[in-house]
Design a protein around this ligand. Structure first.
Ligand SMILES: Nc1ncnc2c1ncn2[C@@H]1O[C@H](COP(=O)(O)OP(=O)(O)OP(=O)(O)O)[C@@H](O)[C@H]1O
Length: 295
């Protein structure tokens, strides 16, 4: 058990951007104790193992023996329909399992944001239902729109407030995240004074504050500069759990996604693994152009 657990601890801690001190603070043990667990020198008590599994949001099996069930269903959507002045979603059926990274692609106006809003419960479908196979309040993270940010708070206050609401407040963790998201210099600046790209980075910081089984993001890199975009995809690739992202950022997505949904004419016309696209020697962009042509 020792080696697998030590390996899992190091991996999960890095993926979830927690320092050894962050873990130590949450468990009321010394940082040295966490370091020894991670080096395989000692092992935590059962109570601490259970607490660690909760912190990382993984099963005890997953933590101790590295057992993950990739086929666990997270979300099922059946027969979703939505019309505004005309039908936008006609009959959407989909499933999301553990550890999937899904790109939701489609032309402007295809209905991607409408679908995302239904999946996160912001919009009611006219027909059909979304079933979550997890605790919606604990295990779903979304990137809030800029208008959810509170203009009169400073960046630090906003991050702190979000952490307190999510019950993951730890001053060092927030400090590390502000540095990581390149917002340290703006920590005491009011949110209303931030540029569009900085607001996106702050929204992203908030959306990744706590580990969750599913992260859903609608065009997260819009308004970000190239450095921030690179940072964003790197950050996403380090997190565990599943992700659904609406994006037009074709330069990056071959490296990151495992699966693609193409929304066209109100339906998911293609639901395909990225490995399959690559096995035909296509990039996702090439595949998309070919399959999203007007009839
Ligand atoms: N609240 C609303 N009231 C009326 N029509 C709406 C509403 N929300 C979306 N629509 C319409 O539904 C269609 C799909 O919009 P949606 O924003 O979901 O598309 P999208 O694929 O996300 O587009 P984009 O890539 O441009 O962001 C559009 O024709 C849009 O005008």
């Amino acid at each position: 058990m020792k080696n697998i657990f030590a390996h899992q601890l190091g991996r999960l801690r890095t993926e979830q951007q927690l320092s050894q001190s962050d873990i130590a603070n949450q468990l009321f043990v010394s940082r040295q104790a966490v370091s020894k667990w991670e080096n395989g020198d000692t092992e935590p008590s059962l109570d601490n193992l259970i607490a660690l599994a909760e912190i990382f949001n993984v099963s005890l099996d997953g933590l101790v023996a590295g057992i993950n069930d990739p086929n666990t269903l997270l979300l099922t959507a059946t027969h979703l329909k939505k019309s505004f002045s005309k039908p936008v979603l006609k009959d959407i059926n989909l499933t999301v399992s553990n550890y999937e990274r899904i790109a939701l692609l489609g032309s402007n106006g295809a209905g991607k944001s409408t679908l995302i809003k239904i999946l996160i419960g912001l919009l009611k479908p006219d027909n059909g239902r979304v079933k979550y196979h997890f605790n919606l309040h604990q295990d779903l993270n979304i990137m809030p729109q800029d208008d959810v940010l509170i203009p009169d708070l400073t960046v630090l206050e906003q991050a702190k407030l979000a952490a307190l609401i999510n019950r993951v407040y730890n001053p060092r963790h927030i400090d590390n995240l502000l540095t990581k998201f390149n917002l340290k210099e703006q920590a005491n600046q009011f949110v209303q004074k931030l540029s569009g790209g900085q607001k996106r980075r702050l929204s992203l910081l908030i959306s990744t504050l706590r580990p969750a089984k599913l992260l859903i993001l609608d065009e997260p890199t819009v308004g970000m500069d190239l450095t921030s975009i690179d940072f964003f995809w790197k950050l996403l690739s380090q997190r565990s759990g599943s992700t659904i992202v609406v994006t037009h950022d074709f330069n990056q997505i071959d490296k990151y996604f495992s699966r693609v949904w193409l929304l066209k004419d109100g339906m998911i016309t293609h639901d395909i693994s990225v490995n399959k696209i690559h096995s035909h020697h296509q990039t996702i962009a090439q595949w998309y152009r070919l399959n999203n042509k007007e009839a």
